[in-house]
Design a binder for this molecule. Structure first.
Ligand code: HPA
Ligand code: ZN
Length: 339
């Protein structure tokens, strides 16, 4: 049990979310609704059936089910709807800034062009900004199992949307698809002014975290759990204040961490690593950011100061300009003082 006061502190503190895949936020009810609207046959008839199917052996098993979930998306309206539903939920959790992974490659073979995805997402982002005062950046993630050529082609498309995409990332199946394959892609992305991040050390080894830093020269690492296997790398992450966007419920759901008591989040925080709490695929892994906060608080015994630090870290780790970060950090301080 977490004391009520700490639970409210988690719920109310302003925070940023930096690691969320847009399609990972499609709730079962929305999936059913869109399947019916678009006349897409899916395997399930009820919310319960969908929830029952969300038991994953590992990352690849999850990615197959996740990919099926994307099949209900067809039009601009659909992308608007899922983006808006996520942003409304984020607002309800006092997320004041969010950076969402989007994906073009999944839709290539279905003739859903990037314009459809971007127009839908952008309309929701604009509306949520006016309604909720929440700011949103988009990060174009490449599916690493499709290889570097496909990523480079997708990057070229992304460059056409440069004004609306802050950065690029590397997602999907990690093992066997090491970061170095994408060296040129990341170089071109950086030359075009994109910020960079890569999923590394989620299921893959510490060496993937190291090569993401050294070869891809990323600004940020998604997950990065396995960095803990390499003491030198830990020191480098601390010294360079490299952000790690941790996703605790995801790690449990995919079997990358056996139980929450074993999660290294608190250890990383105590070592002075720049870690934040994120949801990854909240509709699949049992919770949004605040549920992730509550679960680690319960199992790892976090206190108010830990929560404040993690929230401040989420802002510091974001791709926001420095003056926006300063303002949000002040809001966090003010909240903390008044609480
Ligand atoms: N890991 C890698 N790729 C992903 C994930 C994840 O947890 N979710 C959606 N794409
Ligand atoms: Zn992820």
């Amino acid at each position: 049990m977490i004391p009520n006061q700490l639970e409210t502190y988690i719920e109310k503190i302003p925070k940023a979310e930096l690691h969320i895949h847009l399609e990972g936020s499609i709730e079962p009810a929305t999936q059913l609704k869109l399947a019916e609207k678009n006349k897409v046959k899916i395997k399930y008839n009820t919310i319960e059936e969908i929830r029952d199917a969300y038991k994953f052996k590992d990352l690849n098993d999850f990615l197959n089910i996740y990919n099926m979930g994307t099949k209900v998306l067809r039009s601009e309206e659909d992308f608007y709807l899922i983006t808006m539903e996520y942003l409304a939920k984020a607002y309800s959790q006092n997320i004041v800034h969010t950076e969402i992974f989007i994906d073009f490659q999944t839709y290539e073979r279905r003739n859903i062009v990037p314009e459809i995805i971007m127009n839908g997402a952008k309309a929701a982002i604009k509306e949520a900004n006016e309604k909720y005062n929440i700011t949103t950046y988009l990060i174009l993630a490449f599916l690493r199992h499709l290889g570097a050529k496909s990523a480079m082609r997708t990057l070229k498309k992304g460059i056409e949307f440069k004004d609306d995409i802050i950065g690029i990332g590397l997602a999907a199946s990690e093992i066997g698809n090491p970061p170095e394959l994408f060296k040129d892609v990341f170089e071109v992305a950086r030359a075009n002014g994109f910020r960079t991040t890569a999923h590394a050390g989620e299921e893959g080894p510490a060496s993937y975290v190291k090569s993401s830093l050294e070869i891809l020269k990323v600004d940020r690492i998604d997950h990065g759990n396995r960095a803990m296997d390499d003491p030198q790398l830990i020191q480098e992450l601390i010294d360079r204040k490299i952000p790690l966007t941790l996703c605790p419920l995801s790690n449990i759901a995919l079997g990358n961490v056996v139980n929450m008591k074993e999660h290294t989040l608190k250890k990383k925080l105590d070592l002075g690593m720049m870690v934040s709490v994120n949801s990854d695929d909240p509709a699949y892994f049992g919770g949004y950011v605040n549920e992730n906060f509550k679960e680690v608080t319960k199992e790892l015994g976090l206190d108010k100061e830990d929560i404040r630090k993690l929230s401040a870290n989420s802002v510091i780790s974001s791709f926001l300009p420095e003056n926006d970060k300063t303002k949000l950090l002040k809001d966090i301080e003010l909240f903390d003082k008044q609480y």
